[in-house]
Structures are given as structure tokens and as C-alpha cells.
Design a protein around this ligand. Structure first.
Ligand SMILES: C[S@@+](CC[C@H](N)C(=O)[O-])C[C@H]1O[C@@H](n2cnc3c(N)ncnc32)[C@H](O)[C@@H]1O
Length: 256
């Protein structure tokens, strides 16, 4: 079993205390607006796939809007929680599958959603997951996705740096504190890799995300921000930035 699968199995038990979720209260997430206003044809005639559905946060919402919902996760612990959550919903199926190999589903879905699930640290795996998300869509189908942003860490560093500069500290001191503030997380700025507890996860620069979508075959790409309220963070230094522009993930709308 992949060590990533094991790590997600572990997270499944304490999902909301371990993951800052775009489904949490107070998050400004364009996903819902795009779902309602950009996909205007009758969703009751459409099938949707939730790639890496986790504990099934999105499945009940999708069930109400679409004719058929298939959610899957490579962590069986996550999938079990999802299955339990949707057991009363007749149009939802939850499976244990790996997003790197989805040939059994090619060309079957009008819509694919993937919310902070394309995170494996190996770039070839990441490329496979983008390509498979493309492959499972019918021609003209739509991808709605959320992806963690590398720039959000750099913005966080800027806020910390500015705070100490404004307090009269030297640039050297301020930069040292800014680096320390984000030191725990980004571990490779070239590959866009971030350390969370024991695992390494992929995060995305804006130009990179657009490039990866384009390389997988997607067109008509729109990217927006998912803004997180400062209150979701436990770190005192971050909470002190309440009132400033917020940290974010990327939201993506793209077409096959
Ligand atoms: C941060 S969670 C997000 C879960 C869900 N989309 C949500 O937003 O509530 C990431 C999920 O992606 C799953 N995942 C990561 N890589 C995967 C892969 N290659 N195939 C299937 N699931 C994967 C993990 O097991 C985990 O449940």
C-alpha cells in the first residue's frame, strides 16, 4: 500500500481537525456559484464524478443536483465514511479507486469535481491524475476543482515580513521571521511541495496550474480564489492578520 494511502487512512478519523476544508463554514468558495451558474443545462440529466471524495463532504450536495454521482477515494477508510454518509442516497455510488488509473470510466461524465485531492508528491502521478480527470469527461464536459496555492505561503511570508519591518526591525531580521513563519510548510519551491505533518503534498503556482490543465488537454480555463477566514487557523501570528486580505486555494473551471 502507498504510504500516502496510509496517511489519508489516518487522517480520515479526525478529518476536520486535520484539514482546512473549503467546505468549512465561512469559506468564500466560488465552486458553488460555478456549479449553479456556469453549468446551466439540466443537471438532472448529468453524471458527476467526485475524484478523491474523502469523507464525502460534497456528495450530498451533488446528489441533489445531478442524476448520477460517483465518488471515489484510494483510502478505504475515507471511502467507508463516505459510504455511510450517503447510504440513504439512491443516486450516489462510492468506490475505492486510484485517480491515477480510471480507464473503466473514460468518456462517461458531464462533470468532474476534485477538491484538494490532486496532491500526490510525485509529479508524474500529478500529471496522470490531471489526464485521467480529462479522460473520464465526455467531450464538452466540465472540470470544477480546488487546488492548494503555493503563492498563499509567499503572501503569508510577505505579511509577516511587513509586520516586522513596520515595527522598525531590519530587513534581515524581518525576512528571517517571515521565512521562519512558513518554514514548516513549503519544502520545495521548485516542485511546489509542502510538508503537512508526516506527508509531503503537491501545491500549485497559478501559472503551473494553468499549464498542467492545458497539458492534460483542458481549454476555456478560468481560475479564481477560494478565500479562507483567518479564524480557521490556530496559529496566533496568523490570527493577528484578521482584517487583511485572506489566504487562499485556487478554484478552477475548465472544459474538455
Ligand atoms: C484533502 S482530502 C479532500 C477530500 C474531499 N475532496 C473534500 O474536499 O472533502 C484529499 C483526498 O484525496 C484522496 N486522494 C489523494 N490522492 C488520491 C488518488 N490518487 N486517488 C484517489 N484518492 C486520492 C485522499 O485519500 C483524501 O481523501
Amino acid at each position: 500500500m502507498d504510504k500516502e494511502v496510509k496517511a489519508w487512512d489516518k487522517t480520515a478519523m479526525n478529518y476536520f481537525s486535520e484539514v482546512v476544508s473549503p467546505f468549512a463554514e465561512g469559506v468564500d468558495n466560488p465552486l458553488f456559484w460555478y456549479l449553479d451558474h456556469k453549468i446551466t443545462e439540466d443537471k438532472k440529466k448529468m453524471s458527476v464524478m467526485d475524484v478523491g471524495c474523502g469523507i464525502g463532504n460534497f456528495l450530498p450536495i451533488l446528489s441533489k443536483k445531478f442524476s448520477k454521482v460517483v465518488g471515489f477515494d484510494f483510502s478505504s477508510k475515507m471511502a467507508d465514511i463516505s459510504k455511510d454518509k450517503v447510504k440513504h442516497l439512491k443516486n450516489v455510488t462510492v468506490l475505492v479507486r486510484d485517480a491515477r488509473e480510471l480507464s473503466e470510466f473514460y468518456n462517461q461524465f458531464e462533470v468532474v469535481v476534485t477538491v484538494n485531492s490532486i496532491l500526490l508528491p510525485n509529479i508524474k502521478d500529478v500529471e496522470k491524475m490531471f489526464k485521467e480527470a480529462y479522460n473520464v469527461l465526455k467531450q464538452g464536459g466540465v472540470l470544477l476543482g480546488v487546488f492548494p496555492a503555493m503563492e498563499s505561503f509567499l503572501y503569508q511570508a510577505l505579511l509577516v515580513q511587513e509586520k516586522y519591518l513596520d515595527n522598525g526591525e531590519t530587513q534581515e531580521e524581518a525576512l528571517k521571521k517571515a521565512q521562519a513563519a512558513i518554514d514548516e510548510a513549503p519544502c520545495d519551491f521548485t516542485a511546489g511541495l509542502v510538508k503537512y505533518k508526516d506527508s509531503i503534498q503537491k501545491n500549485y503556482y497559478l501559472f503551473e496550474l494553468k499549464h498542467r490543465l492545458w497539458k492534460a488537454g483542458f481549454g476555456n480555463i478560468t481560475v479564481r480564489k477560494v478565500y479562507y477566514p483567518w479564524e480557521v487557523y490556530e496559529d496566533e501570528e496568523l490570527l493577528a492578520f484578521r482584517g487583511r486580505k485572506k489566504l487562499w486555494d485556487w478554484f478552477v473551471y475548465a472544459e474538455k
